[in-house]
Design a protein around this ligand. Structure first.
Ligand code: ASP
Length: 257
């Protein structure tokens, strides 16, 4: 038996005004775990709640691309070896629900038109996604949950960085870069996607924790891989169920265990 736990974040660069939305999502995911729900249910519930919160700017409020479109990325990884992601999906308010359905497929990532057509087969409605009301900035939300069976699930969703071209893919849906789930530790990143992708930090942080390094020290090591003017943040859930967030900028995060 493992102690259930959850940790969520609302994106590097977001400040105290967005803390309540992250707290609410964490509490919602935590309630699922307390009711005996799986880590998958809890992480998805938390991310859906944040995707539906326009101030958090994933899903419903995703960032607007240079051509005016809203193209969204979402990914899920589990410690029982599954991965599912969508990238540059349009007309979809909750891309995390499409990523979830890919988890048990032979393929593990779908982009653009193919991702949306896959969502059509699941009767996930096509909706107009208006995009962020904020003129600039970046966006990612993330949740990591562990249930009493020891299943760990990392789930992340993003509108990307404002003004990037259509078709641009940041770190969020990229395994090892934007998220990683080791046997006993999950990690999720937020910040400037191109920089994060280059450093592959989530798998490297997870490896450090898995080889006995302190989780907070490992996250700080991850932050230190970046110049201080590159906005970056991480959340992680460690072997003792400890949820923690570290960033070199503001980043709302919260945990329950
Ligand atoms: N990492 C995201 C991206 O580059 C944005 C963010 O987390 O702020 O797409």
């Amino acid at each position: 038996m493992f102690d259930p736990a959850i940790v969520c974040h609302g994106g590097a660069g977001h400040g105290a005004k967005d803390q309540p939305g992250v707290d609410e999502a964490t509490s919602f995911g935590w309630a699922k775990l307390k009711q005996g729900g799986s880590a998958l249910e809890a992480a998805i519930a938390a991310v859906v709640m944040m995707e539906n919160d326009p101030s958090l700017n994933a899903g419903t409020g995703g960032r607007i691309r240079s051509d005016g479109s809203v193209q969204l990325d979402a990914a899920i990884m589990t410690n029982d070896g599954r991965f599912g992601a969508v990238t540059c999906i349009e007309q979809t308010k909750n891309p995390i629900l499409v990523a979830e359905k890919i988890l048990d497929k032979k393929i593990n990532m779908l982009a653009g038109r193919g991702a949306r057509e896959f969502a059509d087969t699941l009767d996930i409605p096509r909706d107009e996604v208006e995009g962020s009301i904020n003129p600039s900035g970046n966006d990612t939300v993330g949740a990591i949950a562990r249930d009493s069976s020891g299943l760990i699930v990392v789930a992340s969703s993003t509108g990307g960085c404002t003004g990037r071209p259509p078709g641009r893919i940041g770190d969020t849906p990229l395994i090892g870069a934007g998220l990683w789930c080791g046997e006993f530790v999950g990690v999720s990143a937020t910040g400037i996607g191109e920089e994060i992708t280059l450093k592959m930090p989530c798998v490297r942080i997870s490896d450090r924790v898995s080889t006995g390094n302190d989780i907070a020290a490992s996250l700080n090591w991850g932050i230190n891989q970046f110049n201080s003017d590159i906005e970056v943040g991480f959340i992680a859930l460690g072997p003792q169920g400890e949820g923690i967030g570290v960033a070199n900028t503001k980043m709302p995060w919260s945990s329950e265990s």
